[in-house]
Design a protein around this ligand. Structure first.
Ligand code: FES
Length: 198
């Protein structure tokens, strides 16, 4: 680990073991070009971490990537979105993220993330495994919708931190995968900062 906190040996491994894919395979909301490093199929099967560039990610936008066969969404929250989170606590089943299996310790906080403005979630619905719709706009699901994720299968609702609302079938908050920042605008999904695997 060097002075700026970047583990160069790991960075070399990551960049050497993966392929730059540019915009291909990236699902983004209204983003012309976003990139991430996708491990080779063999490395991916072994659970290799995935590194993503968030430098062009604007508030409300999302990058979708895949890690261990699971979708992972990385999205940027606006100041309004962040201000709304604590206002929702009374409507949530687990506002404090007390179910420890659903996030690493460094994401057991108000925004369920390392940096408040950047969310990283496995969006698979904790009810029966559907993929929710990404609906960050206020009022885009119903008149009372604060922005978040809506599961069309049986109506479960999650806020912009992946916290589940009361009165829906999903039992827990969405999962936060292990991740860390090797650089200001780069996230590695699939391992902890100390190099520990998920
Ligand atoms: S699978 Fe999402 S609500 Fe049932």
């Amino acid at each position: 680990m060097n002075q700026d906190g970047t583990d160069r040996s790991r960075r070399r491994f990551l960049t050497g073991a993966v392929t730059v894919v540019g915009g291909a395979g990236v699902v983004a909301t209204a983003v012309p070009f976003l990139s991430y490093w996708q491990p080779s199929a063999r490395a991916q099967a072994a659970g290799a971490p995935v590194e993503v560039d968030i430098s062009k990610l604007e508030p409300g936008q999302r990058i979708s990537l895949e890690w261990r066969g699971k979708p992972i969404w990385v999205f940027r929250r606006s100041e309004d979105m962040l201000a709304k989170l604590p206002e929702l606590n009374d409507r949530l089943r687990d506002p404090e993220s007390s179910v420890e299996s659903q996030q690493p310790p460094y994401a057991q906080n108000e925004t369920r993330s390392i940096r408040p403005e950047v969310g990283v979630l496995n969006p698979i619905c904790t009810h029966l495994g559907c993929i929710p719709l990404y609906r960050p706009e206020v009022g885009s699901v119903d008149a009372d919708w604060p922005g978040g994720l809506f599961c069309p299968c049986h109506g479960s609702k999650f806020d912009m931190a992946g916290r589940v609302f009361q009165g829906v079938p999903a039992p827990t908050n969405l999962e936060v995968p292990p991740y860390w920042y090797p650089e200001e605008n780069r996230i590695v999904v699939g391992e902890h900062q100390d190099g520990g695997a998920a």
